[in-house]
Ligand binder design. Structure first.
Ligand SMILES: *Cc1c(COP(=O)(O)O)cnc(C)c1O
Length: 357
């Protein structure tokens, strides 16, 4: 049986969270002398002299409206990376509890595990990059607090089978974290509508990818109100700055622009995949539900270096488990993708000339 109370670390349950000046006085007033702000203003064209809302309610209402999830079920972090860290600090007793990761996957789950001294259990994905359910069942024990599932997965690009995720949600008494950083590009539907169904579900999303706001650092966790309240106790009080808040609110008015980009990126993803497959150095393109493709090549290191010489940087993933020979390529603008193809065509000429020389 899932029981959040037994899952949360004892020190976090006992924790009396920091009480801000705005927690202690919420009413209207004309003179605020309670927070040691500088009441003269800021040395900028716009004033940032007041502390921001620790709970980011305005932003949460806006996100709630777009996502169709109540604002009380939303946690906003300084990037998803903060949400990942807060998950560890809320649930995982350092040196005692374990977390299950399914490589090849996003690197921050492991880094954050090390920072928080979580015991890591790795259950490698199957050859077709799906969950190995029998191995997961083996790996789970009474100290397993979190299972991270990235869907669509980075760096492989595929979505994880929904029925496998549901199996875990129904049978695992710890927290199932589904990282949906690339959900906007996916044919699969999000899990954020399932929060009422699964008390052990935490869905991560971000404004860094489809929304084009990686520099602002805004990540979101969608979860039960009890889980969100736990995260709110653990997070630094003012984790989202006033400037970030205002810019994000402005950006969230432009859903149409973002949807247009998503359509274009998906079209470009298919065009680029088709064109790359014509090249002799390309062995395979893995089906992608994300804004990047994983490309199996004859010579990952050689192609990587050749592209760098031509001013194009991709990600060499060839040292990663199950990704031998693979490069991860972000879908660029149409002009960037054409340039990439053009350069890759001459890679083969280059190797042909060296071979005959
Ligand atoms: C890019 C990415 C993120 C986003 O992290 P932010 O901290 O929100 O920028 C999260 N998860 C995965 C799998 C990613 O690839």
């Amino acid at each position: 049986m899932f029981n959040l109370d037994t899952l949360v670390r004892e020190n976090i349950k006992r924790l009396v969270p920091y009480s801000t000046a705005r927690d202690e006085f919420k009413g209207e007033a004309s003179i605020f002398l309670d927070a040691n702000e500088n009441n003269f203003g800021s040395p900028l064209p716009v004033n940032y002299n007041r502390y921001p809302d620790p709970m980011q309610w305005q932003l949460k209402y806006k996100i709630a409206d777009i996502k169709g999830v109540p604002p009380q079920n939303i946690f906003i972090g300084h990037g998803s990376d903060e949400a990942i860290d807060v998950l560890y600090r809320s649930f995982v007793n350092p040196g005692v509890d374990n977390v299950i990761l399914c490589p090849p996957t996003y690197g921050m789950y492991e880094v954050s595990a090390h920072i928080n001294d979580a015991i890591i259990r790795k259950v490698t994905l199957t050859e077709d990059f799906q969950l190995d359910i029998p191995a997961l069942q083996q790996a789970i024990d009474e100290n397993t607090k979190l299972i991270f599932i990235c869907s669509p997965n980075n760096p492989t690009g595929n979505s994880i089978n929904r029925s496998d995720i549901e199996l875990l949600l129904n049978n695992f008494d710890g927290i199932v974290v589904i990282d949906e950083a690339y959900i906007n590009f996916s044919r699969q539907k999000t899990f954020i509508q399932e929060l009422t169904e699964y008390p052990n579900l935490v869905v991560l999303q971000t404004l860094s990818k489809a929304w084009g706001l990686a520099g602002l650092r805004i990540g979101m966790a969608f979860a039960s109100e009890d889980i969100v309240n736990t995260f709110n106790k653990v997070k630094p009080p003012y984790n989202i700055s006033q400037a970030t808040n205002e810019l994000a609110l402005q950006a969230l008015e432009n859903v149409n622009q973002v949807n247009e980009w998503i359509r274009e990126i998906v079209i470009e993803r298919d065009l680029l995949s088709g064109a790359l497959l014509q090249l002799p150095e390309v062995l395979h393109i893995y089906p992608s539900d994300a804004s990047f493709i994983l490309v199996k090549t004859t010579d990952a290191k050689g192609i990587y270096n050749y592209l760098i010489e031509q001013g194009i940087v991709v990600r060499d993933r060839s040292k990663v488990e199950l990704c031998m020979g693979c490069l991860r390529i972000t879908i660029g603008t149409p002009a960037e993708n054409l340039r990439l193809l053009h350069v890759l065509k001459s890679f083969n000429l280059k190797t042909a000339t060296t071979a005959s020389a």
